[in-house]
Design a protein around this ligand. Structure first.
Ligand SMILES: [Fe+2]
Length: 391
């Protein structure tokens, strides 16, 4: 028996943002809390949202208290701001940080206590009810945060999450038009994050026939379009495919889970402030170089996604070519392929290993067990860099 969960409504496609008119009317909204990061406000990316709010005579408050990899403190500030405003709808426009902050604060505004009290690893309180209705509008493709019930927060040396079905969005609006002006580096990092969601969901021990179908579809769209989307700013068709691929990957990984790549990426974000997408990208080939024997048949199935010929090759050879293709893709989109690029020294590997080991929720979904030695060897390999002839 399997279950499958998604947000109540998902609108997607060019100009789907216009559905906000319908949402406002359906919920009889009078007072909106708009959460976005300062750059998106400055670049007027949120203007289509504000135009819709104005056209409907709705009062609104804009908060730009959004930072990359938000800390618990930032989360608590947003909750306080929302408690003061008491909105009847929360609209988040942005990347994973804006959407995560919106999900957590819309629920915590209706609860006692702070973000810290509800964290997965160290919190002591349980959420009791859903919160203020939310509309999540991603500006990248993508974190998949519009689909999940997870809000990630940075702590001193790692990350922790609030995760509960009450954090699920009431509405997700995935409009590719918002991604058309993203710079190459953001397109690359968020695109490889989306690919990581799909492949980790596909090889997760919690994968189901539904999540597999979605993950394969997402990977085909992402792998087939990410290079073009990164390097050709006029390629709107590739952007549309990335937007849809990211959404589908989100639906898959929310139900099957992500695993080793995300687990080992969290300490890179926590300790070295490496953005989420980049920290996944830099580890992606190294984690699969370690785990491929545990998911051999699924790796072989990915040959088609990466246009790898299987003729006359045994499963081992095909799987290793898929691992190489992951490395090539990260390199082709211009992202770092070794953690040494981020001023990480060999002496940092012990701290990274100790922190990675704490991510038990994620590591438990890996088909290959991760003990301390395995985590250390993956970080060591990612620090030394890739040798093309190794496969
Ligand atoms: Fe991710």
């Amino acid at each position: 028996m399997h279950s499958f969960i998604t947000p109540q409504h998902i609108y997607h496609g060019e100009h789907s943002i216009q559905q906000l008119h319908t949402i406002i009317a359906d919920l009889n909204v009078a007072n909106v809390f708009v959460l976005t990061d300062p750059v998106l406000k400055e670049l007027e990316v949120i203007n289509p949202v504000l135009d819709i709010l104005k056209a409907n005579d709705v009062a609104y408050h804009i908060s730009t208290n959004v930072v990359p990899e938000p800390s618990v403190l930032t989360g608590e500030e947003v909750v306080e701001e929302m408690r003061d405003i008491r909105p009847d709808l929360v609209v988040a426009v942005g990347g994973g940080s804006a959407m995560d902050l919106a999900k957590a604060s819309a629920v915590l505004t209706e609860h006692d206590g702070t973000v810290k009290n509800y964290l997965n690893l160290s919190g002591t309180k349980q959420l009791q009810a859903s919160g203020i209705p939310t509309v999540l509008i991603p500006s990248t493709a993508g974190t998949g945060a519009e689909i999940t019930d997870i809000a990630v927060f940075s702590l001193e040396d790692t990350k922790d999450v609030i995760t509960h079905k009450y954090l699920l969005a009431n509405y997700a609006i995935v409009d590719p038009v918002l991604t058309y002006t993203l710079p190459p580096k953001v397109t690359a990092a968020s695109g490889i994050d989306a690919l990581t969601h799909a492949i980790e969901a596909y090889t997760s021990v919690k994968a189901t026939p539904l999540t597999d179908a979605l993950a394969l579809d997402a990977m085909k769209r992402i792998v087939g379009n990410v290079r073009t989307a990164v390097w050709n700013k006029h390629a709107t068709e590739a952007r549309k495919e990335m937007s849809l691929g990211s959404l589908i990957a989100g639906m898959s990984f929310y139900n099957a889970g992500v695993a080793g790549v995300h687990a080992l990426a969290y300490p890179l974000g926590g300790l070295f402030k490496i953005p989420h997408g980049e920290s996944n990208a830099v580890l992606l080939p190294y984690v699969y170089h370690y785990i491929w024997p545990s998911c051999l048949d699924k790796m072989v199935n990915l040959a088609d996604v990466f246009s790898i010929s299987t003729e006359g090759k045994d499963k081992r050879q095909i799987a290793l070519e898929v691992v190489q293709a992951l490395f090539d893709l990260v390199q082709d989109v211009g992202l770092p392929t070794s953690i040494s690029v981020y001023n990480i020294t060999q002496s940092d590997i012990e701290t990274l290993t100790a922190n990675g080991l704490k991510q038990t929720r994620l590591l438990a979904r890996s088909p290959m067990p991760f003990d301390e030695d395995a985590i250390r060897s993956v970080y060591q390999h990612a620090w030394e860099g890739w040798e093309k002839e190794e496969s």
